[in-house]
Design a protein around this ligand. Structure first.
Ligand code: LLP
Length: 432
């Protein structure tokens, strides 16, 4: 479920009016529902019972400290990919011993910090990385817990820019090489094989590829477990969400709506994978990001102008591709709804931002209710890969973020002040 719904034609996040939030804090504004984050985590938890498992939330999807704290409270672990993410998790009160550290480019400094902090495991993506981890661990007189990220070469049927589990991608170690790499790693004195990991890609809307990958890897994982005493099998993240009828489903979970038939849901994902995974006797780790936070956030924006050209209606809003890059980058579809609903005809509209790029659009030729200057629009399902991918392009400040909890709301990151954008920049002596 998600907690965004209309009440008497006003969009609410839980028991809080989105219009009031926008009027108070300005736009563009990210609004997150704590209840939705928690429910998504708990729904997945419930579906996975009684499997011995841990959900390691992928911090990259939304790394605001407040969001991380919600998941710390629920007992979640974390999937991190940088020193910055590790430090964020710690700043939010999270335990490094519940963190898995992924990424193809871990630096010596990052490896050292992770070892000193006591992360649960490194997901190693190359032999060179294993050697580096071994070297840093030796210097610190530690034994580093490691797993290989196994590239299963399975097509995830998702957007090419977010497919990771095929041999065309830079990620992981090819299935055929994995046994040799474990054998080699076993000879490195400061490594200990703790598990095996895989990840197929993001926004997978079918269970099939997950099932295929797990079935493909299980014999190997069994063999490695016998040889090296593995403790866990990490099946990665990638669980897709429904972007399209997000609001229509209202208070009911989207997966109970007819539009979701045949799509991946916590129930069918768990039902198909649990028997396979339980048979391993291993602890099962998961790294969902988008599934937990995607539908839990929206981006509110204000209409600046409505521009009619010969053939088109452009709704020019105050949020741009620097605030939410997904449409420009992945042709992503985000539902756009008025914050205050009025009766009236729909107009085929392009909702565009103020950034000087043709790619700066949120939708094209979409029938939307007629709007005028000053109206607020909400871009739904912007909780994942929204704010975290924002930039200062066009010297636009980073948007503010608000977390809602029932009737309460708090700014969990204030709007960036303009001067902060260039505060660290310097004019060199020869130009003064
Ligand atoms: N684990 C690994 C190793 C990953 O690379 C990722 C995402 C995840 C877990 C979490 O995936 P999720 O459950 O959120 O699908 N910016 C793109 C998505 C990039 C995903 C990168 N890796 C977007 O906006 O669609």
């Amino acid at each position: 479920m998600h907690s965004f719904a209309y009440r008497q034609n006003e969009l609410f996040c839980e028991q809080t009016s989105v219009r009031k939030l926008a009027a108070t804090h300005g736009t563009p504004l990210y609004v997150y529902s704590q209840e939705t984050v928690a429910r998504r985590f708990q729904d997945l938890e419930a579906a996975l019972q009684p499997l011995d498992h841990r959900i390691c939330y992928a911090v990259k999807a939304n790394s605001n400290l407040a969001v991380l704290r919600v998941l710390v409270r629920l007992g979640g672990g974390f999937d991190i990919v940088s020193e910055g993410e590790l430090r964020r998790v710690m700043a939010a009160g999270g335990d490094p011993a519940r963190c898995v550290f992924a990424g193809v480019g871990k630096t010596e400094r990052e490896i050292e910090l992770a070892l000193r902090s006591g992360v649960y495991c490194f997901n190693a993506e190359s032999e060179a990385e294993l050697e580096r981890i071994n070297r840093v661990a030796a210097r610190l007189r530690q034994i580093a817990p490691v797993a290989v990220r196994i590239n299963p070469n399975v097509d995830a049927h998702t957007h090419p820019k977010i497919t990771t589990g095929t041999y065309e991608n830079k990620f992981g170690i090819a299935l055929e090489q994995v046994e040799r790499v474990y054998a080699r790693g076993a000879r490195l004195k400061n490594l200990r094989w703790r598990g095996a990991q895989t990840h197929l890609g993001s926004q997978l809307t079918e269970v099939e590829p997950f099932e295929l990958a797990v079935k493909k890897l299980l014999p190997l994982v069994r063999k490695l477990t016998e040889r090296y005493g593995l403790e866990f099998f990490n099946i990665g993240g990638g669980l897709g969400i429904v972007y399209q009828p997000a609001l229509a489903s209202g208070a009911a979970p989207w997966w109970s709506s007819p539009a979701a038939r045949g799509l991946l849901t916590p129930a069918n994902y768990a039902a198909r994978l649990k028997p396979l995974l339980a048979a391993t006797g291993l602890k099962i780790l998961l790294e969902p990001g988008r599934f937990i936070v995607g539908n839990a956030g929206l981006l509110v924006t204000r209409v600046e102008y409505v521009k009619q050209t010969g053939r088109k209606t452009f709704v020019i809003v105050d949020a741009g591709m620097n605030d939410l890059i997904r449409p420009a980058m992945y042709d992503a579809w985000h539902e756009i709804v008025p914050v205050t609903r009025r009766r009236g005809p729909r107009v085929s509209s392009d909702v565009v931002g103020p950034v000087c790029e043709s790619g700066d659009y949120f939708c094209k030729d979409r029938p939307l209710p007629k709007v005028r200057e000053g109206d607020y629009l909400a871009l739904l399902s912007a909780g994942a890969y929204g704010f975290v991918m924002a930039s200062n392009y066009n010297t636009r400040p980073l948007a503010a973020e608000v977390l809602v909890h029932g009737t309460r709301s708090a700014v969990v990151r204030p709007r960036q002040r303009l001067e902060e954008i260039w505060a660290a920049e310097k004019i060199p002596a020869w130009l003064r």
